[in-house]
Design a protein around this ligand. Structure first.
Ligand SMILES: *[C@@H]1O[C@H](CO)[C@@H](O)[C@H](O)[C@H]1NC(C)=O
Length: 437
């Protein structure tokens, strides 16, 4: 027996070390986060005199701590101890906790007065649920994780939200992550005739989960339309845009048809695994950057008092709001731009591809003192991080006087000639008359 026991022990040790090694490396090269600071949005629910349910939100400090049953809290605050399961939210987290915003909320699994038990071993009808949402502060992703807690002292009778489990300031709640729903495209900006993919992924802690995937579009003016739906239990689907064979692997991403004006709106990805319902709203905005042109080159030479109309065209932008300004600044000194007033605008021109154009005209009638200034057309638009600037330098000269001099000299010559001729004419005649008398 001792001979047999040793190899088994060794095997247990080796496999144990192997598992620990995997856990240390993290699944899929995840960041090994031990804990995250979170805001716990607690609820005080009561039924008022008219029989309506009133909810008061209370914002409390908490942490999510990743570990095992029996771990003690790292910080003396509300601790949601998330134990290892097939679902690991850390797997999707990129970047340190300084770029994450974590929020935990109560989650009710009561549907029309009924409670559905989560379909894994050990789950209870009286389980208490929380949803934890991690938002990347720069908009890279949003991850919602559902946490299941089995209370030792189950509340019975009423629906969960009318008798939420009391959480005290230093409580440690042992939880298991059972489902994640995430998007890596929390908001999308795209041009016309593009085919963006709206990302929506999920993971569940058990195999062959009964999943319903649903995509809807909410346009800014009113109606909500269904784009796609699929139910794994029946295998039926409606609509297009999602690859059904990818749903099994947790990918419910939606590919849009070439974008048009009516593609704008909020796309809602819903993943339903009863009794949990995770969803993400993905706003999609159409954006086209303006192209900016001036009808003059990099320098414009004018003579004093000569009128000139300079045009600044902003073309092919979307949406319609655009701002075109003309300003001028000295070239040499530290720039102190002045916005010009002698500017007027065309009306917006609409193009068949859905974009717009607008022009701003600057009327110049410069004096010598305007020479050497830089004139800039500045176009700001929601599609641009910084405005587009196009400039020219104005050079103003005295009117060219050469011709004038030539004319004056020429005219004087002619006059002199005539005077001379007349004199020549009169002098001899005088002589003659003199002779006559
Ligand atoms: C999900 O599927 C889409 C196509 O429908 C694909 O573009 C995307 O890369 C997939 N995402 C993952 C994480 O596999």
């Amino acid at each position: 027996m001792t001979v047999l026991r040793t190899p088994i022990n060794i095997m247990v040790w080796i496999s144990g070390a192997f598992i620990i090694a995997i856990l240390c490396l993290g699944v899929n090269g995840s960041v090994d986060v031990q804990w995250l600071p979170c805001q716990f949005v607690d609820e005080k629910v009561h039924v008022n005199e008219e029989g309506h349910i009133e909810t008061q939100f209370i914002y409390r400090k908490a942490v999510i701590q990743f570990g095992n049953v029996g771990d003690s809290p790292l910080y003396p605050t509300i601790t949601f101890l998330v134990t290892a399961s097939k679902v690991d939210m850390r797997r999707y987290v990129e970047g340190g906790d300084d770029t994450l915003n974590c929020e935990i909320r109560r989650y009710s699994t009561v549907d029309k007065g009924h409670v559905k038990r989560w379909p894994t071993m050990g789950a209870q009808e009286y389980d208490v649920w929380f949803s934890c949402t991690l938002r990347h502060t720069k908009g890279e992703f949003i991850i919602t994780t559902f946490l299941r807690h089995t209370p030792s002292d189950p509340a019975k009778g009423k629906v969960d939200y009318l008798q939420w489990l009391t959480v005290n300031d230093k409580d440690l709640l042992l939880t298991s992550a059972v489902m994640v729903v995430l998007t890596r495209t929390p908001s999308v900006e795209v041009g016309f005739l593009k085919e963006p993919t709206l990302d929506c992924q999920f993971a569940v802690d058990h195999k062959n989960a009964n999943v319903t995937v649903d995509w809807k579009l909410q346009r800014s003016h009113g109606k909500r339309s269904r784009l796609f739906s699929y139910t794994s239990r029946t295998g039926t689907s409606e609509g297009t845009g999602v690859s059904i064979k990818d749903i099994g692997g947790g990918n419910a991403s939606f590919k849009l048809l070439p974008t048009r004006k009516n593609s704008e709106g909020t796309y809602i990805c819903s993943i339903l695994v009863p009794p949990l319902h995770g969803s993400h709203n993905i706003p999609l905005h159409l954006r086209e950057q303006p192209r900016v042109f001036l009808n003059v080159g990099s320098t414009l030479s004018l003579t004093v008092g000569e009128g000139h109309k300079v045009t600044c065209d902003a073309e092919g932008y979307y949406p319609m709001d655009v701002n075109i300004e003309w300003l001028r600044e000295p070239v040499s000194d530290s720039p102190s731009p002045v916005f010009l007033k002698n500017v007027w605008h065309s009306s917006h021109r609409f193009h068949h591809n859905g974009t717009y154009s607008l022009s701003a005209f600057l009327q110049l009638q410069p004096g010598l003192e305007d020479s050497g200034y830089k004139y800039t057309c500045e176009v700001s638009h929601t599609s641009l991080l910084v405005p587009i600037r196009k400039s020219f330098i104005l050079s103003v000269t005295e009117p060219d006087l050469t011709m004038w001099y030539i004319e004056i000299i020429g005219l004087n010559g002619v006059i002199l000639g005539i005077v001379f001729k007349l004199l020549c004419h009169f002098i001899p005649s005088r002589k003659a008359s003199y002779r006559r008398f």
